[in-house]
Ligand binder design. Structure first.
Ligand SMILES: Cc1cc2nc3c(=O)[nH]c(=O)nc-3n(C[C@H](O)[C@H](O)[C@H](O)COP(=O)(O)OP(=O)(O)OC[C@H]3O[C@@H](n4cnc5c(N)ncnc54)[C@H](O)[C@@H]3O)c2cc1C
Ligand code: FES
Ligand code: FES
Length: 1046
């Protein structure tokens, strides 16, 4: 591939031509399924673009695309997710990555400077994507006709600055410093909000985008019809029966959800057919071409229509636009088309928002099958047989809502349109649990005081049926009715009877709830230069691996085959326990309870266990091969697996806990209980796990060296353990292995050591996640307090105050204490370090630490500055040259052994926001779901929801107490993540208090009994959990109470 690419060569005829950061690339052939991300990471030096989720959900791979729009004769700039964008679709475009904004050689861009200045980067993995999201927003704000900003600012508004990063995930910072860095550019920013703002004007970079010739379709298997007629004849020539696999594409974002593994022979790109890319409007409504991106549709629907439609109609269009702004994230909306969304919903039952809102607006679609064009209602389109691969959706039309009014005899009527969406996050990238949209014509009743509902269109979607539906029965019932409490109550009952999730839908009862509520509302009115392991260029002939994991918790593994007639492309080897070299051991990790195998042997002992490693020529081939592997399991004569702690206790399947980790016994608990004055209440608390969700996936690059040595670049947090395990597995002495970890893109314990299991189960043992055990312990303590308070009808804070540790009580556990709400014990480990000064005066520092965002390298730079300060007026270079001439040893090594007094110390919080927000995720959002075999099933961005910028505290006040300098600790450094994570239990406690109040209200309506104040609030307390405790049928109950009290 590389030699087909040339920079600055005269434009070849129909090659694929594009620019990246001003460098021109021209390719004469390419696999049409190759994504822009794959190209950037494997064929260019622009490695700032990261692969994290690969499904459009995290923003680590965002780039800015600039494209010439011939119809408007201007260049459009917008952000896109490079992991979903197909390379062929960027012909004639220019791409900017964060290296294109600035770099250490040419000078950093002010975005980079501000990210550094605002400490908006910790592990740094999300930073390049964040910078590009902000850059895209700045470039587009600059194009507006807003007044010129003051020096150091831009035309961006604060709201735009915050929205710019709404779809980017960060697991470290808690978003506040990132938001501050973004807002620092906004002309309307409140300086007091920010702390400081002192950077110069940003350097604007824009590469000229040249128009290019269309690709030679055949050579690239990429077809770009320029008219419907061309499309028709193209589809005609593609005969599905001769095995040619063809795919229509627009933005290709559908691949983020449906990770198809099929190979397509031909791609048909619809974006060059003008008819499919325009918005047409006339008196009958607005017709939207199917290939228009969601962003463009939002823009069109928000336009002022200057008297063309009734103002009520424009309200409908604007509300549709506002709802669409909550779909996915900006970088997905910029390429994802409305047509693609509707086809995904029709063909594969995708839980679409667009379908629901357009259904309520009474929309129509036009489809092309062969040579036949057909107009259908959106409802008919959804109910039809799944769209075949050669049918095309041409457009969707939102009718002028006047047509609804016209059929009503009421001329003084008013149109109402509302859309609703319940999702794990308000804005950032979360599919809805359910959605709804209602259009109604109402008028004042002439005969009696009240509102008459003349006609309505009610649509519900994403609640667990194949596609969105119109609630016809409810519409018929409500039509022509005067709106009273009794009518509303009947309507809600009808909705519940007619809009039901299918069997197997998660949280079915919750999904029904907002329907009644909605109905009632409605009628009442950096920088990219940091190198991570995967950024290291692969050596020549490098092979790539992907694990095959067990899907059974306990089974005999009889064999592994591939689910295709031919061997998977590029496959070179399948490595299992049988391939452990002579003298080596099947070991993957060492734990306190002994070693853990690298691969399962004849038996797999937990779901998720590694069975084998598929090795192939590319990562894509390895991934495909592992996904089509079929494992032959045998369960005969095997005991049932142990999948819960309860089962393990029942079967006495326990570990012998080493005595040195026994807890210190203080007092006699049984005696205390026996002598208690009051009754002893008991309750059960279940806490799930939290998924690390670090942004950089676990990666390793192993490079064999001479004499049976191996150099391993690893993203582990504990290279010393990896070192010992690799040597033992390969059966070589440790000095034959070198493990290098310079930087880790987030870890939180997940790339460290295995957690300590309590029981022997057939569940996969995980690594420790930030504050393991402590977060659970502290939560249990809080829950006990809350429970006692509820049982005694006391205020929880009073119970807390009575039970706060005193200096004396804490002294029984610890010898030195700090009186603060959250105290966390930190343990230091002995660590080696070496400093060498090279002949040119530069300094190499080798430390036993891993850069995880704590600024390790910044601290070593500071040490050099201190050294320089000590030599006074002597020039550093001169001094070092002299030392070299006189053969002075300019290298020193040391082994830092913390003395007993400082080895364990109590710590109470720093790097606070990121960990607190991670804690909010644990307590409020992150559902860790496993299937009945104990296999983690929800770990991608579609289903596992970590907090985004719109789910962080609006205001967060932190004051850091000065712990003073401790001579036995390095630079007074502190551990920081754990204490704030524990403190996030406060959000859970506050939610509990709010639920208690809601339940008190239900009690006052006579809906629940007097035990209302005692309830168990699960972790995570996500929306369905909270709503259920507040009463799923609160609207009906309220109406019943109202009816009975009237
Ligand atoms: C991270 C993420 C979050 C999302 N969140 C939401 C959300 O909250 N709510 C929501 O409603 N949607 C959401 N979506 C879905 C998104 O709207 C769709 O992926 C997008 O609109 C599809 O458009 P596309 O042009 O990329 O389609 P493509 O991926 O190009 O095509 C999708 C499918 O439709 C076919 N197709 C496309 N156009 C046509 C046509 N005109 N005629 C016939 N077949 C066609 C293709 O062959 C393919 O099978 C999300 C998507 C992502 C990736
Ligand atoms: S890697 Fe592309 S969005 Fe996550
Ligand atoms: S700094 Fe954002 S993911 Fe680590």
């Amino acid at each position: 591939m590389q030699n087909q690419m040339e920079e600055e060569r005269p434009t070849g005829t129909s090659n694929l031509v594009f620019a990246v950061n001003g460098h021109r690339f021209e390719l004469s052939s390419v696999d049409p399924s190759m994504t822009l991300l794959e190209f950037l990471r494997s064929h260019t030096s622009f490695k700032s673009v990261k692969l994290s989720c690969g499904e459009g959900g995290c923003g680590a791979c965002i780039v800015l695309l600039s494209k010439y729009d011939p119809s408007h004769e201007h260049i459009e700039d917008f952000t896109i997710s490079s992991c979903l964008t197909l390379l062929c679709s960027i012909n004639g475009c220019s791409i900017t990555t964060t290296e294109g904004l600035g770099n250490s050689k040419d000078g950093f861009h002010s975005i980079h400077q501000r990210f550094t200045g605002f400490h908006a980067s910790q592990c740094g993995f999300c930073t390049p994507g964040m910078c590009i999201s902000l850059f895209g927003a700045l470039v587009n704000a600059e194009k507006t006709d807003r007044p010129d900003p003051f020096l150091g600012f831009s035309k961006l508004t604060v709201i735009e600055a915050e929205k710019a990063i709404a779809g980017n995930l960060c697991r470290c910072t808690g978003y506040r410093p990132i938001a501050d860095a973004c807002k620092s550019f906004a002309a309307d920013v409140d300086m007091e909000d920010l702390g400081f703002n002192s950077f110069g004007r940003r350097k604007r970079i824009r590469k000229e985008v040249k128009s290019s010739l269309p690709l030679e379709s055949k050579r690239f298997s990429w077809y770009k019809p320029a008219s419907i007629e061309e499309l028709q004849s193209l589809l005609d020539t593609i005969d599905a029966n001769n095995g040619v696999q063809m795919k229509i594409v627009v933005g290709n974002t559908g691949m983020g959800y449906y990770k198809e593994l099929e190979h397509y022979d031909k791609y048909v790109d619809l974006t060059h057919i003008p008819e499919l890319s325009v918005v047409r409007r006339d008196q009958s409504g607005i017709e939207i071409g199917a290939s228009l991106t969601i962003s463009k549709v939002i823009e069109a629907l928000k336009e002022e229509w200057k008297g063309e439609f009734l103002s009520e109609c424009t309200v409908v269009f604007k509300k549709i636009a506002v709802h669409m702004e909550k779909i996915a994230s900006e970088f997905i909306r910029n390429t994802g088309s409305v047509g693609g969304n509707l086809v995904m919903a029709q063909r594969k039952h995708f839980p679409s928002d667009i379908v629901t809102i357009l259904l309520a607006a009474g929309s129509l679609v036009e489809i092309l099958t062969g040579t036949m064009r057909e107009k259908l209602t959106l409802e008919e389109f959804l109910a039809g047989a799944p769209f075949d691969s050669k049918s095309v959706l041409l457009n969707v039309k939102i009718p002028n809502c006047e047509s609804i009014k016209n059929i009503s005899p009421e001329r003084n009527s008013k149109l109402l349109f509302e859309t609703y969406r319940a999702a794990p996050r308000p804005l950032g990238n979360a599919l809805p649990y359910l959605n709804a949209a209602f259009l109604a014509e109402v008028s004042c009743s002439k005969s009696s005081a009240g509102i008459m509902l003349n006609r309505c269109q009610l649509a519900f979607g994403a609640f667990g049926t194949k596609h969105a539906i119109r609630a016809w029965k409810v519409e018929e019932f409500l039509a022509g009715k005067l709106l009273t409490i009794d009518i509303l109550y009947e309507a809600i009952k009808l909705v519940k009877a007619n809009v039901m999730p299918e069997d197997g839908t998660r949280n079915p009862t919750y999904r029904e709830l907002p329907m009644s509520i909605w109905i009632s509302y409605f009628v009442t009115n950096y920088i990219g230069e940091a190198v991570y392991v995967d950024d290291i260029p692969s050596p020549r002939d490098c092979l790539h691996g992907a694990f095959i994991y067990s899907k059974k918790p306990f089974a005999r593994v009889k064999g592994i085959e591939f689910n295709s007639k031919l061997l998977p492309a590029g496959l070179t080897a399948l490595i299992s326990f049988k391939d452990i070299p002579n003298g080596g051991e099947n070991i993957g990790a060492k734990t306190i309870f002994g070693p853990e195998p690298l691969f399962a042997d004849e038996f797999t002992r937990c779901s998720g266990e590694r069975l084998a490693l598929v090795v192939a020529d590319t990562q894509k081939h390895a991934d495909v091969a592992s996904s089509i592997a079929v494992v032959d399991y045998d369960l005969e004569n095997l005991e049932p697996p142990i999948l819960t702690v309860e089962q393990a206790i029942k079967r006495s399947s326990l570990f012998e806990v080493p005595s040195f980790i026994y807890p210190k016994q203080i007092g006699d608990v049984s005696k205390g209980m026996a002598e208690a004055d009051h009754k002893i209440i008991s309750a059960e608390i279940k806490l799930g796990s939290q998924y690390y969700f670090y942004m950089e996936n676990q990666t390793a690059l192993a490079v064999p060296d001479e004499e049976n040595c191996m150099v391993v670049y690893s993203s582990t947090q504990c290279p010393e353990f990896a070192h010992a395990v690799i040597a033992e597995c390969l059966g070589v002495p440790e000095h034959n292995v070198r493990v290098i970890t310079r930087r880790v893109g987030g870890a939180f314990g997940g790339k460290a050591i295995k957690a300590m299991p309590v029981c022997k189960t057939n569940l996969l043992s995980r690594s420790a996640m930030r504050a393991p055990g402590e977060v659970q312990g502290s939560y249990i303590a809080e829950a006990v307090i809350e429970h006692v308070a509820s049982s005694l009808s006391m205020d929880a804070d009073s119970v807390r105050a009575i039970n706060l540790h005193t200096h004396d009580s804490l002294n029984s556990f610890y010898d030195s204490i700090s009186r603060v709400p959250a105290v966390h014990e930190v343990m230091l480990r002995p660590t080696p370090g070496k400093v060498s000064i090279l002949s040119d005066g530069s300094v190499v520092v080798e430390v036993g630490g891993i850069e995880l965002g704590q600024g390790l390298w910044t601290k070593t730079d500071t040490s050099k500055e201190r050294l320089q300060a000590q030599i006074g007026s002597v020039k550093w270079d001169m001094l070092i040259r002299q030392a070299y001439l006189e053969a002075v040893n300019l290298s020193a090594s040391s082994f830092f052994v913390p003395d007993l007094a400082s080895m364990r110390y109590l710590n109470y919080g720093a790097a606070i926001e990121g960990a607190f927000v991670q804690g909010i995720g644990f307590f409020m959002l992150e559902e860790y779901t496993t299937n009945s075999d104990g296999l983690v099933v929800e770990e991608g961005t579609w289903t596992y929801k970590i907090p985004t910028i719109d789910t962080i505290p609006k205001q967060f006040n932190v004051e850091i107490a000065n712990s003073g300098h401790h001579q036995n600790r390095v630079l007074s450094s502190k551990a920081s993540g754990e204490p704030p994570l524990l403190l996030a239990a406060s959000v859970h406690c506050a939610t509990r208090a709010a639920i208690r109040d809601a339940r008190q209200q239900l009690y006052s309506w006579g809906c629940i009994d007097s035990s209302h104040s005692t309830f168990n609030l699960e972790v995570p307390a996500n929306m369905p959990v909270v709503k259920e405790l507040c009463g799923l049928d609160s609207v009906e109950r309220y109406l019943q109470w109202k009816m009975s009290s009237n």
